[in-house]
Write a protein that binds this ligand. Structure first.
Ligand SMILES: Cc1cc2nc3c(=O)[nH]c(=O)nc-3n(C[C@H](O)[C@H](O)[C@H](O)COP(=O)(O)OP(=O)(O)OC[C@H]3O[C@@H](n4cnc5c(N)ncnc54)[C@H](O)[C@@H]3O)c2cc1C
Length: 379
């Protein structure tokens, strides 16, 4: 068993690490405060190829493996988790449905735009009454001659306010349950697409999360991804990949918080000593380091299995569940090590504490991950 990263993986990780440190870290606090990521930053990330990490080169991507995708999201999330989720979504759940299930014409038309970052992508599944129970979505998609008419509302859409291309799941056959769901590519410029409420969130404030409204939106028939009724299958297959990105985001947040806490513990003096000399603090740091290491190998294993085309839904859910809950424990301890200063906005730990929470909720809550793991155990 070889645990070393390849030359390519090391190179990608290091270049993202440098970019995150030099360009993103100085802007993260301001971006959180203002509630958006500056378009120039997204442009720079796109120019460096970070919008098409795993996208095959024939469609304009870098053609790297899933571990590279995880490494990039991990590194960026160490300093700015909002950019972590923005990149995760435009790389994975906005492209995979097209790459894995779309026609050649759809791949040629949309993937180069997404992979180059000329267009930002979003994945719109959740509705007001369909979150964990995604099969109960209601957005209607009726075939009418050479187009589908989409009517309904999607909510909590990451990149919602900045995306140009949406993967949208709608019901094409009400009587067929989850087999009546279909997936579509919808351009923001299509008549009948409107950005609704932009959410005011607890964390990830520089990431746009919005409602997307579809009012008799005409979508060309050829923008159906795969076959009618394949949508739910497409969503689940996509989540197997994109959850690796969210697990990596959680890992990155935990690592960033750990680094802050380690450094702070060396500098903060109480009772005439650096607080890192107290065993209580050392034990917290040791537990944090141990859990981070465990999550890292679960995620890298899930990414490796994905690329080996091995069965991996269980391993992906294990990695996402553990990384998300681990990052909660780690940011909690990191803030504790900062004492009262950790509660103040001057230190990035306060932002990391808020940002972390979403990793336990989106792309399947921790309870949903447990359901996936259990269903695999009981097969
Ligand atoms: C910041 C953010 C960004 C998001 N981005 C996107 C996006 O880009 N695209 C998108 O489609 N969605 C997105 N979402 C939505 C997200 O995926 C859902 O919020 C999530 O799946 C949970 O759905 P819900 O909020 O409706 O909660 P519910 O499904 O109502 O769950 C409420 C609680 O009940 C629990 N629960 C539900 N069912 C069961 C069960 N059977 N057994 C045990 N417990 C259960 C849940 O685990 C949770 O604790 C985003 C959410 C957030 C917070």
């Amino acid at each position: 068993m070889d645990f070393n990263l390849t030359e390519e993986q090391t190179m990608l990780r290091d270049s993202m690490r440098d970019f995150a440190k030099e360009r993103l870290a100085p802007l993260a606090e301001e971006a959180d405060h203002q509630g958006f990521t500056h378009p120039d930053i997204i442009k720079e990330l796109a120019e460096l190829g970070y919008c098409g990490i795993c996208t095959p080169p024939e469609y304009g991507g870098a053609g790297f493996d899933t571990l590279c995708y995880a490494l990039a999201i991990e590194e960026v999330s160490k300093v700015d988790a909002s950019i972590g989720v923005m990149l995760s979504v435009t790389n994975s759940p906005a492209q995979l449905p097209i790459l894995d299930f779309g026609s050649e014409a759809l791949k040629k038309k949309y993937i180069p735009k997404l992979a180059s970052g000329t267009c930002i992508g979003a994945f719109s599944l959740t509705e007001a009454n369909a979150g964990s129970d995604a099969a109960s979505i209601k957005l209607s998609a009726e075939l009418n001659g050479d187009h589908y008419v989409l009517s309904g509302l999607k909510q909590f859409v990451t990149n919602g306010g900045i995306a140009d291309i949406f993967i949208v799941f709608g019901v094409t056959d009400k009587s067929a349950g989850s087999k009546g769901i279909s997936a579509f590519i919808v351009e923001k410029s299509f008549p009948g697409v409107k950005v609704g409420k932009v959410e005011n969130k607890m964390g990830l404030k520089a990431s746009s999360t919005a409602e997307i409204i579809f009012e008799n939106c005409k979508v060309p028939k050829e923008n159906l991804i795969g076959e009618p009724g394949q949508g739910y299958k497409i969503a689940l297959a996509t989540l197997d990949h994109s959850r690796i990105g969210i697990a990596a985001q959680a890992l990155g947040i935990a690592e960033g918080a750990f680094e802050q806490a380690l450094e702070y513990s060396k500098q903060r003096v109480q009772f005439g000593k650096s607080i890192c000399q107290f065993q209580a603090i050392q034990f917290m740091l040791s537990d944090m380091a141990t859990e981070i290491e465990a999550a890292r190998y679960l995620i890298y294993n899930a990414a490796w299995r994905y690329d080996q085309k091995q069965r991996m839904s269980k391993e992906v859910s294990i990695a996402k569940l553990f990384a998300a809950e681990m990052s909660f424990r780690v940011v909690h301890k990191a803030l504790q090590i900062h004492g009262g200063y950790g509660y103040m906005k001057e230190y990035p730990i306060e932002r990391m504490y808020r940002d972390q929470r979403a990793t336990e909720i989106y792309e399947g809550t921790s309870e949903v991950q447990r359901m996936v793991i259990a269903s695999n155990l009981l097969k």
